[in-house]
Design a protein around this ligand. Structure first.
Ligand code: F6R
Length: 242
């Protein structure tokens, strides 16, 4: 794990966006793993800024998002499909057929998850995977558990995750289930970038970096990854002791 500490979330957004745009410039048909939530928003803003400056195309880039809520229409304002289009895809020349999501409304979630994993593998695996971290150290929607999960699966969200995300659901209640990529699938990415900002993440960050590798702290699995870059602002890094 390589830890990078910046003053602000904006500075992290610029630094991480540069890694993504350099990746696309070096390999225009790369495969990116993407995250939703508040954390990656400055990164997406900076990727669009670089795209608008010219000299880079996302036409051959494929993306796979980490997770999607169950029982929420694809075009609902709270779906991750909508989020990604509003925050990133609509600002790029990426092709709709190249952006991929787990279908949270699939009649057979197990078959949907298997097909998603198979598609990622057929695409050659993920070159760069972006992650945020939950207050309980979840990555994707892999909540604290007894064992590390493998491929994509349907998960019941914990109270901690529901409390953190329900602020976005003003009309309808927040879904209790989601489909998510599993931990082993996530760490099979060649490079993993995790961003954590704000003091609410400080405890999860300390446990991820300084605690033992355990499925009770899902993000701690990144300690064993060969190319994991962690980007923290000062608030998220505030409980680190080393
Ligand atoms: C989102 C995801 C989650 C979030 C995490 C942090 O696709 O997989 O693990 O990264 O819940 O969310 P924010 O960034 O909103 O604090």
């Amino acid at each position: 794990m390589k830890i990078n500490i910046f003053k602000t979330a904006e500075e992290i957004g610029a630094a991480v966006a540069e890694i993504f745009t350099d990746t696309v410039k070096a390999n225009p048909s790369c495969v990116l793993g993407l995250a939703t939530g508040a954390t990656p928003v400055p990164t997406y803003k900076n990727i669009i800024k670089t795209f608008n400056e010219g000299g880079i195309s996302f036409k051959d880039v494929k993306t796979y998002n980490l997770d999607e809520y169950c029982n929420l229409p694809k075009n609902d304002k709270n779906s991750y499909y909508t989020f990604m289009h509003e925050q990133l895809f609509n600002g790029l020349d990426i092709l709709e057929e190249n952006v991929h999501f787990l279908d949270g409304n699939a009649a057979d979630p197990e078959a949907e998850c298997k097909a998603y994993d198979a598609e990622i593998n057929a695409a050659g695996g993920i070159d760069v995977q972006l992650l945020g971290i939950g207050n309980n150290a979840h990555i994707g929607f892999n909540e604290p558990a007894d064992t590390f999960t493998e491929g994509s699966f349907k998960v019941k969200l914990t109270e901690s995750t529901i409390n953190a995300n329900k602020i976005y659901f003003d009309e309808n209640p927040m879904p209790e289930y989601a489909l998510t990529m599993g931990i082993k699938q996530i760490v099979s990415a060649k490079k993993v970038i995790l961003i954590a900002t704000g003091e609410k993440k400080a405890e999860a960050v300390r446990n991820m970096i300084e605690g033992p590798v355990t499925a009770q702290v899902p993000a701690s699995v990144l300690q064993e990854h060969d190319d994991a870059l962690i980007f923290l602002d000062e608030a998220a890094a505030s409980l680190l002791t080393k």
